[in-house]
Structures are given as structure tokens and as C-alpha cells.
Design a protein around this ligand. Structure first.
Ligand code: NBP
Length: 477
């Protein structure tokens, strides 16, 4: 027998992805650098489907039907290059290497280019949803050639998560690094979503005066409305959990230092290179960073500031409603920024990424899955050339209705000394993009003053320079 697909790298993600393929009726060749993992998979889960265990790279490749489809699920970075170096010499033109790890899209572009010479399709593929998603149906974000998708697409559609309307959460996003880029921005948006939820919780607690259990109820209520999403749902679960050892709310016994693996940071680094303002994602990355600086925080703890005074009990519900508005409006801004970044990269690299499709495949299987994504798909389907999500009439109307409460919540945060960088940055972005005039005029004039960087005028074409050190007359630049 031959396998229709092979998976090498059988840690949590690869193992569950292999099981997912097998449970969907495919014969799956499995391989891992350390053969014990391969044997363990077949021993534990062999009855779930047809596996072919391969101990060597040669046996693994020999087990695959042609053209070969080989999924690599190893630690991103050097291990991926090591695995490619090991397998590429054993492959033939037309074969496909699917990298399902969290690779940097620039690495994916390089690997795709290098392998293209030997006729091997390198398919950088984002996989979201963690280990549960990998097993039960992840959101899958493949890049690579059209030809590779023609071969892989039907299999990926079988194993992908399914949205409420039954459509699989996978699509061909574009050539080379498009899939890994979209996965990276997905993770950046995930950082922003989590930060905004964190700020909502913090404000409900410090300003609203609510207990974690009461806040869990608020999130549960929100989850029945327009904020309906996986992250809101798990937030309610976490907030209602009580620590067995101490009897305290679980959230109070967890050390308040958030870690990160790097995709959020990449999103911001690349946004800086592309010149796209992703301030919400950036604030989320920096907020995690700040939380981790124990010495800085210890040294700053005595600094002056207001002590939050919780609102009277009778006002708590109304405050929670305002926080919902602030959270929703800020969330629209994060997605606006993330989709801007995808559009900018798509233009830069000629990917042709379809924004409506991106929102569509994030509706199930992944961490940011949310009812809200249907709305984004609808917005881009109605106008594929939409410059900004904020210019969609529906979103503009909703954010317009939210803005008074949004401002009130940011004001309360500032007045009471509760940090809300995500809410505040999102509001500043909103006010920035809608402003008739920005102080950038002054910035540009300063640049002309100290560096003769020139400026353009509002009243006529051309570039100009003022002789600041001389008679201050204006000259054509
Ligand atoms: P890890 O990222 O922990 O990687 C472990 C796997 O890499 C093992 O199979 C290991 O083999 C293999 N490996 C390493 Br390390 N170095 C190797 C080398 N030089 N040659 C061959 N194999 C090597 O596994 P994971 O958490 O399952 O994640 C797999 C990929 O999926 C990563 O890129 C990750 O970023 C991505 N991802 C993870 C999640 C998640 O929730 N965990 C979600 C989405 C994407 P060994 O057994 O011989 O040591």
C-alpha cells in the first residue's frame, strides 16, 4: 500500500494532524527524527485509521504515492531547513513539501525559491487552532503554487475546520509566503484581541468593582451578542474558575507575566517595514513585554497616581455596557489594521490575497474564530477594493454608535489610572484616520527646518523648501 500523505515531525501538532488525515480516510505515512514518537503514535492511535510507520527518511518517501505530499510539522527555523535538506534529495519534480510550522514568511519565500529549481513545490502553510484544532479541524492557510493547491486542496478541505454554514476553513491564499504571512497576521490579531479582552476585564474589576465571577457572567452575556467568539468564551471559563489549592479566583493566583513565542513581534516588525500602522497589535506585544519586566515594575511600584475608586454597585451594569462598546470598537480597529497589513504585503509581493477569503477561513478552527468574521467577509464581498474596514458602511455606523461610550471608557481608564493601551491606541487610530488635518504638517515643516527635507503645499503641486537660516523665502526644491 501507498500513503496519500505523509507527516514528519510528530510532536503535538504533527501527531494530531496525522490522526486527522487518518480519521478522514487517508492512508498516512508517519515519520519523526526520534523514532520512538512514530512508534508511540501507531501504538496509541493505530486503530483510528491507516498509518504506515517509517523509521527512516528513505522508507518514509518510499511509502508515499506520487506526486508525493509530505507535511513537515517540526519546530520552525533551523529544524525546518534540516528536514528539507534531508528530504529534498529523495524527492522528484512535482512532489510537494508542505511546511505547517510557524515559519517566518521570508524564510518561506527563500525555501520556495530554492526548491522551485528542482521542481519541488514548497507549500508554506499556516495552521491555527493549537493541538485541538489540528485534531478536530484547524483553520489552514496555504501559500505555494496553484498546481500544489489543486493536488492538496481537496485533502485539506476534508481535514479543515468547518464554519457554521459547512464550508471548510481553507483556501489557497496566494504564491510562496502568502499563507505564512496571513497566519502571522492572524496571530498578531490574536494578540490584540487578547489584550483588549484583558483591558475590559481590568476595567470591569478596578472601575466597575466587579468580582471575577461577576465578570465571567458579563463575558458570558457578551458571548451571546456581536462579540460571540472563542476567546470571549474561554475568558468566561477562565474567570469563573476557582483555584483548588487556595479557594481564590484562579486569575488571582496566576503570575501576571505574559509570554510570547514571536509571531506577534514579527507582525509588528514587518508592519514597520511595510509602513502600515498596526498600533493595536503593537500595543498588545508591548503590553506583554511590559508585564514581563519584573525589575522595572518593582522599581516603579511606588510612583504617584490615582487609586481606582469602583463605581457604585447600581452603575456597574451600565459601565459594563460601555466597556462592551469600547471593546467592540477597538476590535474593529485591530482587524482594520491587520487587514491593511495583509493588503499591503499582498501588493508588495504580488500575492493577490482575497481579504473576503481570509476572513472566511478564520471563522472556525482557529483561535480568533468569531461571529464577527462573517461581517468582514460580507464587507469585502460587497466591495473587494475596500480601502479600510472602517469605510464599510456597516462598520462605520457601528463604530459611530460606539464612540461616545468608547471615549468615556478611555477617559475613565485615564482618570482612574488603569492602563488601557489597546483601547486608547485604537481610539487614537480612529481619530487619526478621520481627522481633517493632522499635525503631520508641523512635523514635515520641522523636517524641512532642520534637514531641508522639503514639503508639499495644500494649494499647489511641487516640492518646496523654506530658507530657514536665511530670509525665509520659499524656493522650489
Ligand atoms: P515543536 O515545535 O515542539 O517541535 C518538535 C518537533 O520538531 C519534534 O518532532 C522534533 O523531533 C522535531 N525536530 C526538532 Br525540535 N529539530 C529537528 C531536526 N533538526 N530535524 C528533524 N526534526 C526536528 O512541535 P509542535 O508544538 O508540535 O509544533 C510544530 C510546529 O507547528 C511548529 O513550527 C509550531 O510553531 C507550529 N504550531 C504550533 C502550534 C501549537 O499550538 N503548538 C500551533 C500552530 C502552529 P524529535 O521528536 O526528534 O525531537
Amino acid at each position: 500500500t501507498t500513503a496519500q500523505i505523509g507527516v514528519t515531525g510528530l510532536a503535538v501538532m504533527g501527531r494530531n494532524l496525522a490522526r486527522n488525515f487518518a480519521r478522514n480516510g487517508y492512508t498516512v505515512a508517519v515519520h519523526n527524527r526520534t523514532a520512538a514518537r512514530t512508534r508511540a503514535l501507531v501504538e496509541e492511535f493505530g486503530d483510528e485509521g491507516d498509518f504506515i510507520a517509517a523509521e527512516t527518511a528513505r522508507d518514509f518517501v518510499a511509502a508515499l504515492e506520487r506526486p508525493r505530499r509530505l507535511v513537515v510539522m517540526v519546530k520552525a527555523g533551523e529544524p525546518t531547513d534540516a528536514v528539507i535538506a534531508e528530504f529534498a534529495p529523495l524527492l522528484e519534480p512535482g512532489d510537494m513539501i508542505v511546511d505547517g510550522g510557524n515559519a517566518h514568511f521570508a524564510d518561506t519565500r527563500r525555501r520556495e525559491r530554492e526548491l522551485r529549481e528542482s521542481g519541488i513545490h514548497f507549500v508554506g502553510t499556516g495552521v491555527s487552532g493549537g493541538e485541538e484544532g489540528a485534531l478536530h479541524g484547524p483553520s489552514i492557510m496555504p501559500g505555494g503554487s496553484e498546481e500544489s493547491y489543486a493536488s492538496l486542496g481537496p485533502m485539506l478541505e476534508r481535514i479543515a475546520g468547518k464554519a457554521a454554514d459547512g464550508t471548510p476553513c481553507v483556501t489557497h491564499l496566494g504564491p510562496d509566503g502568502a499563507g505564512h504571512f496571513v497566519k502571522m497576521v492572524h496571530n498578531g490579531i490574536e494578540y490584540a484581541d487578547m489584550q483588549l479582552i484583558g483591558e475590559a476585564y481590568h476595567l470591569l474589576r478596578e472601575v466597575g468593582g466587579l468580582t471575577p465571577a461577576r465578570i465571567a457572567d458579563v463575558f458570558r452575556r457578551w458571548n451571546t451578542g456581536r462579540l460571540d467568539s472563542y476567546l470571549i468564551e474561554i475568558t468566561a471559563q477562565v474567570l469563573s474558575h476557582v483555584d483548588a489549592a487556595t479557594g481564590e479566583p484562579f486569575v488571582d493566583v496566576v503570575l501576571d507575566r505574559a509570554e510570547q513565542k514571536g509571531t506577534g513581534r514579527w507582525t509588528v516588525q514587518i508592519a514597520l517595514d511595510l509602513g502600515v500602522p498596526v498600533s493595536g497589535i503593537a500595543e498588545a506585544v508591548f503590553a506583554r513585554s511590559l508585564s514581563g519586566h519584573a525589575d522595572l515594575r518593582a522599581a516603579s511600584r511606588g510612583l504617584a497616581g490615582p487609586t481606582p475608586r469602583p463605581l457604585p454597585e447600581a452603575e456597574a451594569d451600565a459601565f459594563a455596557d460601555r466597556v462592551e462598546q469600547a471593546l467592540y470598537a477597538s476590535k474593529i480597529v485591530s482587524y482594520t489594521q491587520g487587514f491593511h497589513q495583509i493588503a499591503a504585503a499582498s501588493a508588495e509581493y504580488g500575492w493577490g490575497v482575497d481579504a473576503a477569503e481570509v476572513a472566511r477561513i478564520w471563522r472556525a478552527g482557529c483561535i480568533i474564530r468569531a461571529a464577527f468574521l462573517d461581517r468582514i467577509t460580507a464587507a469585502y464581498e460587497a466591495d473587494p477594493g475596500l480601502v479600510s474596514l472602517l469605510s464599510d458602511a456597516e462598520f462605520a455606523r457601528e463604530i459611530g454608535r460606539a464612540q461616545d461610550d468608547w471615549r468615556a471608557v478611555v477617559s475613565a481608564a485615564v482618570a482612574q489610572g488603569v492602563p488601557a493601551p489597546g483601547f486608547a491606541a485604537a481610539l487614537a487610530y480612529y481619530d487619526g484616520v478621520r481627522a481633517e488635518r493632522l499635525p503631520a504638517a508641523l512635523t514635515q515643516a520641522q523636517r524641512d527646518y532642520f534637514g531641508a527635507h522639503t514639503y508639499r503645499r495644500t494649494d499647489r503641486e511641487g516640492a518646496f523648501h523654506t530658507l530657514w537660516g536665511g530670509d525665509r523665502s520659499e524656493v522650489d526644491a
